[in-house]
Design a protein around this ligand. Structure first.
Ligand code: HEM
Length: 445
């Protein structure tokens, strides 16, 4: 069959690149309105990007054989931080092997054991939130999600090592936020110098700490529920364990993939709640956790912090929805477009948790965590964390807007509320439920 890319804008490549980069959701929505649910974009220095948002196309992409589409190759830029063994950078056999090793550690039931730790860290953070004055919650939520990952995933206990790693890892993450930092050319040219040198030293220090930690845990595993404990215990089909470098890379992967994403999703939740007092009231009165669940589903629909799943690089010509995409094309699965498709969601820009009360989100119409064999490994972890934080906050506070609805802003690969989720908190008079009730309702996945 002849390769025919779907139509798309003819504006200069530079204009398309700026639109894509600076207005990640509004720009593609406009293109969708004009060209339909699949269109082709031309970005500077990139192969053609075909943006897909028809659920039937998404299903075909998510279920395509692993040798046909390579999401891992497209994420190479992250390698200086996450390392070459990271599940996110691999494809085909090596990807499957790494993912099999990690799956039990992130399994939903396994996550329940982290509830107590997550709840404790959440309570401690919420105790420090100021009441009665404007506060930007995004920064606070970043600190909280970082702490939760370091304790529940890296398995760090409170103490000097946690403090040292927190500082070094924060520096590494902020280095990765600058667009030039991760360019291979810049890495090569500037290695050892200035902020690049600092980054390399931080990374070496982190690696030393993590290898020492793994060494201690291998000698004395103890009875622990953290993800590190599971990775140390994981075995391949031939019975061999994961190597320390693999575990190091997967811990860093969880940090990069799970820290900012969860913080921004929560920030959007508060930003939306501040403008929806009736939703807050229903949340505070929610006894079985169903409304909370629906609220989270709706936040992730309306504001998918990764507006696209990992780009899929076409390795062999593939036909999807009647179009044949030649090798070298990149397929973009646009969560932000599926989630605002009026054919799927009436009044798509309205924040209405009720839409998910009786209808569970669909596999190909609700894709904040991507899908298929690449679906987010941390989805259960992130959802548990979001439930705990939002339930604890609803019990304590009412949230009030202090400005107009916030525009979305791109921060590298995620989108965040443009004003940092600036709200005012007031103390809630009467506790709707006790923490024990909330926790009991939360342990049902
Ligand atoms: C609300 C928070 C989060 C969102 C919205 C999110 C979203 C995503 C998305 C869209 C993908 C790509 C899926 C695809 O291309 O099909 C992904 C992959 C991944 N995420 Fe998450 N994520 C979140 C939290 C986390 C957390 C907390 C962790 C770990 C603790 C995590 C670990 C991963 C990993 C390891 C992958 C790569 C999976 C693979 O390539 O096989 N994520 N995530």
């Amino acid at each position: 069959m002849r390769a025919t890319l779907p139509p798309g804008p003819r504006t200069p490549t530079l204009v398309q690149t700026i639109g894509w980069w600076s207005r990640p959701t509004a720009y593609v929505e406009r293109l969708r309105d004009r060209y339909g649910k699949r269109f082709t974009m031309r970005l500077l220095g990139q192969p053609p990007f075909v943006v897909l948002s028809d659920p039937a196309d998404l299903r075909e992409v998510f279920t395509a054989p692993p040798e046909v589409l390579h999401p891992g190759e497209g994420a190479r830029l992250l390698e200086p931080i996450v390392g070459a063994h990271s599940v996110i950078l691999l494809d085909e056999g090596p990807h499957l092997e790494q993912r099999r090793l990690m799956l039990p550690a992130f399994h939903g039931e396994r996550m329940q054991r982290l509830t107590g730790l997550m709840a404790e860290l959440t309570e401690r953070e919420l105790d420090a939130w100021p009441v009665g004055q404007p506060v930007q919650l995004h920064g606070r939520l970043q600190a909280l999600t970082l702490e939760i990952i370091l304790r529940a995933v890296f398995g760090l206990d409170e103490g000097a090592r946690l403090d040292r790693l927190r500082d070094r890892l924060t520096a590494i993450l902020s280095f990765g936020e600058s667009p030039v930092s991760l360019l291979p050319q810049a890495q090569r040219l500037l290695s050892g110098r200035g902020r690049f040198g600092r980054f390399e030293r931080d990374r070496a220090a982190v690696d030393r700490e993590l290898y020492a930690l793994m060494d201690e845990r291998r000698r004395d595993p103890g009875d622990r529920d953290d993800v590190l404990a599971m990775l140390l215990a994981a075995t391949r089909e031939d019975g061999s364990p994961m190597r320390d470098e693999e575990i190091r890379d997967e811990l860093l992967t969880a940090l990069v993939a799970g820290h900012e994403t969860t913080a921004s999703s929560l920030a959007f939740a508060f930003e939306q709640l501040a403008r929806a007092p009736h939703v807050q009231e229903r949340l505070a009165a929610d006894e079985d956790g169903r409304y909370l669940e629906a609220t989270i589903d709706e936040v992730l629909r309306l504001r998918p912090v990764l507006p696209n799943a990992e780009p899929r690089l076409v390795k062999e010509d593939v036909t999807i929805g009647g179009h044949t995409y030649p090798a070298g094309t990149i397929l973009i699965l646009a969560a932000a477009l599926v989630h605002t498709d009026p054919d799927i969601y009436p009044a798509p820009h309205a924040f209405r948790p009720e839409r998910f009360l009786d209808a569970k989100p669909g596999t190909y119409t609700w894709i904040p965590f991507g899908g298929g064999r690449r679906r987010c490994l941390g989805a259960s972890f992130a959802l548990l964390e979001m439930r705990l934080v939002l339930a604890a906050a609803a019990e304590r506070f009412t949230v009030h807007a202090v400005g107009p609805p916030e525009r979305t802003r791109r921060r590298m690969i995620t989108i965040t509320p443009g004003d940092g989720a600036r709200v005012r908190l007031a103390r809630r008079e009467r506790a709707a439920t006790t923490s024990a009730d909330v926790e009991a309702a939360l342990v049902t996945p």
